[in-house]
Design a protein around this ligand. Structure first.
Ligand code: ADP
Ligand code: MG
Length: 363
C-alpha cells in the first residue's frame, strides 16, 4: 500500500469540526447564549425551545445590546469584547465568555439570527448566519436588548445530528443548564419554555430560596437549610478540636461556602440535583458532590441523594477554568482542601439544625 497524501482540510470542514468541539447538543447552545446574556448584564433572560432545542432555540435578554456596526463582529471568528490579549486572561476574567467563538461556531452549524438594540439606540438591527454564510445587516424592530435565534441545529452536519437523543432527553439537558444558571443568578429573572409551555420562571428578586421554589417546587424549597461558612467559623464556636484543625493546615484555599442543602429526607434517586458552583460558575465536580454527600453521614437512605445549591469561592488564581471550551470542569490547586471545606460547611449546617449527629472530631 502506498503512503497516503496529506492534504489541508478546506475552510468549511475545519469550521464544522471546530464547531463540534463546542456545540455538542442544543443544551450547549443554550449555555453559551445564557452566558452571553449574563455577560451583557441582563436582568431578564427568556429561553424558549422547540423539540428539545433540536428544531429551535430562542434566548431573549434585556442587556446592553449590540450596536448595529458590531453585529458582524459578534458572529465573526475569535471576536470578543471581553478580553484584549492573553494578559487579560492571566489577570483573571470576570465574564463567563472570553473566547469569542460561541456565536461563530453556532452560526457554522445552524441558521442563526442575532437581533439587537442597545437601550439608547433608536432602532434595532439583525444579522443572519446560514450554515457559516454571513448575511447582510438589516433593520429590525425589537425591544432593547438582544434576541438570538437558532434554527435547524446541525442541519449541515448530519453525523452530529444523528447523535442527538430523543426530544425529551435533549430537553432534560436544556432544563439542567437553564436551571443551573437560574439558581446561580437569583437576581436575574430566568424563564424556560418548551413548545410554548412554561417550565419555570424565577422572579429575579435576589433570593436563592425563591429561585429554588420556582425551579424545584414548594416541598423542596421548604426543606432547604442555609449553608453559610467561612474558614475560621469553627473557631468562633470555641471548639478546641476545630481550632487545631485550622492550625494544622495553614493554607486557606477556600474563602467561603454558601447556599442551600435539603433535609436528609428530601431526596431524589439521582445526583443531578446536587449543583455546585465555583466562583459563580456552574461546575460538574464530582469531588464537590461527594463531599456534600459525605456530610450527611449515614442520614441518607440507600441510593437517595439530596438537593444542594452550593457556591464555593476560592481565590481566582487557585482554580483553572480554562480547561475545556465547555468549561464544566475545573481544576483546583488544592482539591483536598476544597473538598474538606465543602464537607465541613454542609456538616455544620446540618448539625445546627439537628439533622445529623455530631461525629468524631473533624480534620
Ligand atoms: P464571547 O462571549 O466569548 O465574547 P461570543 O461568540 O459568545 O464570544 O460573543 C461574541 C460577542 O458578541 C461578545 O463578546 C459580545 O460582545 C457580543 N454578544 C454576544 N451575545 C450578546 C448578548 N446577548 N448581548 C450583548 N452582546 C452580546
Ligand atoms: Mg459567549
Amino acid at each position: 500500500m502506498d503512503p497516503p497524501n496529506i492534504e489541508r482540510l478546506d475552510e468549511q470542514t475545519v469550521q464544522r469540526i471546530a464547531a463540534g468541539e463546542v456545540v455538542e447538543r442544543p443544551a450547549s447552545v443554550v449555555k453559551e447564549l445564557i452566558e452571553n446574556s449574563l455577560d451583557a448584564g441582563a436582568s431578564r433572560i427568556a429561553v424558549a425551545v422547540e423539540a428539545g432545542g433540536t428544531a429551535g432555540i430562542r434566548v431573549r435578554d434585556d442587556g446592553v445590546g449590540i450596536a448595529e456596526d458590531q453585529l458582524e463582529a459578534a458572529v465573526a471568528e475569535h471576536a470578543t469584547s471581553k478580553i484584549g490579549d492573553i494578559d487579560d486572561l492571566d489577570r483573571g476574567v470576570s465574564t463567563l465568555g472570553f473566547r469569542g467563538e460561541a456565536l461563530y461556531t453556532v452560526g457554522a452549524v445552524s441558521r442563526l439570527t442575532v437581533r439587537s438594540r442597545p437601550p439608547d439606540a433608536d432602532a434595532g438591527a439583525e444579522i443572519t448566519v446560514d450554515g457559516g454564510d454571513i448575511g447582510e445587516i438589516r433593520p429590525a424592530g425589537c425591544p432593547a436588548g438582544t434576541t438570538v435565534e437558532v434554527e435547524d441545529l446541525f442541519f449541515n452536519t448530519p453525523a452530529r445530528k444523528k447523535f442527538l437523543k430523543r426530544t425529551a432527553t435533549e430537553f432534560d439537558h436544556v432544563n439542567t443548564v437553564a436551571t443551573s444558571y437560574a439558581l446561580a443568578n437569583p437576581d436575574v429573572a430566568v424563564s424556560l419554555e418548551h413548545a410554548g409551555r412554561e417550565t419555570f420562571a424565577t422572579e429575579g428578586n435576589g433570593d436563592l430560596r425563591s429561585a429554588v421554589l420556582a425551579v424545584y417546587g414548594r416541598e423542596v424549597a421548604e426543606s432547604m437549610i442555609d449553608v453559610e461558612w467561612t474558614p475560621g467559623d469553627d473557631e468562633i464556636d470555641g471548639s478546641a478540636e476545630s481550632a487545631e484543625t485550622l492550625e494544622s493546615d495553614d493554607a486557606q484555599p477556600v474563602a467561603r461556602v454558601t447556599g442551600l442543602v435539603s433535609h436528609p429526607e428530601t431526596t431524589r434517586s439521582t445526583r443531578e440535583y446536587l449543583s455546585t458552583y465555583v466562583n459563580g460558575r456552574y461546575v460538574t465536580a464530582s469531588a464537590l458532590r461527594d463531599a456534600t454527600l459525605q456530610a450527611y453521614g449515614g442520614q441518607l437512605a440507600p441510593d437517595r441523594y439530596p438537593f444542594a445549591v452550593l457556591f464555593v469561592e476560592v481565590p481566582p488564581g487557585d482554580v483553572d477554568v480554562n480547561v475545556h471550551p465547555r468549561k464544566l470542569e475545573v481544576r483546583f490547586d488544592e482539591e483536598p482542601a476544597v473538598r474538606s471545606a465543602v464537607e465541613t460547611a454542609v456538616e455544620s449546617a446540618l448539625l445546627d439544625h439537628g439533622l445529623i449527629r455530631s461525629t468524631a472530631p473533624r480534620g
